[in-house]
Ligand binder design. Sequence first.
Ligand code: NAP
Length: 322
Amino acid sequence: MKKKIFVCRRIPELALKRLAAEVELDVWPDELPPSRSELLKHVKGCDGILSLLSDRMDAEVFEQAGSQLRVVSNYAVGFNNIDVREAHQRGIKVGNTPGVLTEATADIAAGLILATARRFSESLEQVKRLEWKTWDPLGLLGLELRGATLGIVGMGRIGMALAKRMHYGWDMNVIYTARSDKPDAETLLSAKRVNLETLLRRADIVSLHADYNPSTHHLINSTTLGLMKSSAILINTARGGLIDQSALYHALKHGKIWGAGLDVTDPEPLPSDSPLREIARCVILPHIGSATVETRQAMADIAVNNLLAGLHGRPLPHEVRL
Ligand code: NAP
């Protein structure tokens, strides 16, 4: 009998075709994610689930699926939507898609640095609203980037890829935090590992790349924002939960920091009444870090490889281990 799989959203067609050739496939067809009750209904009796970051995978889902559930394959490198410990206790393997989205996400972080420092949002609005009157010697002045100090919070794959871009392209000095030393960053970029407090005090650009886990929840809050330079910008392409958004709003509104560029928020999408929308120097993107044709295809390939390996009892090519 064919194994049963629930795929929580449409992913690139080629990957779905590969799956359909081997398993009994149920793909959620809508643009928006399944509601909790729909999710619980569709996972019933499944041997595997291909989940997205918007789908919470926890004891209730595993219970509802049943004891035959072997694998949850996340279509993302981050896995904060999955209770991995609970999955492992039940013998369910968890997969993710590291590496293939590193460059695309680092590009978005670099783009947000430029967009925030050089005020792209306000500039685009000015043109659209027919408010561009002349070449203004004092209009839309931004921050010079060459030679700035870049503080990478979480020097993993994406942090390193951004640091390379900004060091080689903009002559930036790089400082970083991580849980362990990164010899490559020190050799290739002369980057120095410092503690978070030192990083926040020294950096002109603070860019967040740590995974979202209990140790990074609201890492950026009113206290830590208070350590940043008033001329500094904050970039987040990791997960919204790393920042206390209310504290960020107040810091931006009262000029405690210069600007912010966010590809991720908490929650997503940003609610219509979020005051952050009113802040001119807060550039917000709708979580497009990995959104290139090539990257999304590569993620789909890995997610399917993980899923099929899990179904057949083989080691996952990219398994999440705690
Ligand atoms: P990674 O290689 O695992 O890097 C994460 C880094 O965070 C590691 O270097 C880790 O340090 C560090 N870290 C963890 N906890 C920390 C803490 N408390 N303080 C300082 N550093 C800490 O992951 P990645 O592939 O670069 O991805 C990073 C994150 O980006 C993902 O978890 C995901 O949430 C997010 N992401 C977003 C998008 C998007 O579309 N915007 C796309 C891809 C990924 P050690 O190495 O020392 O353990």
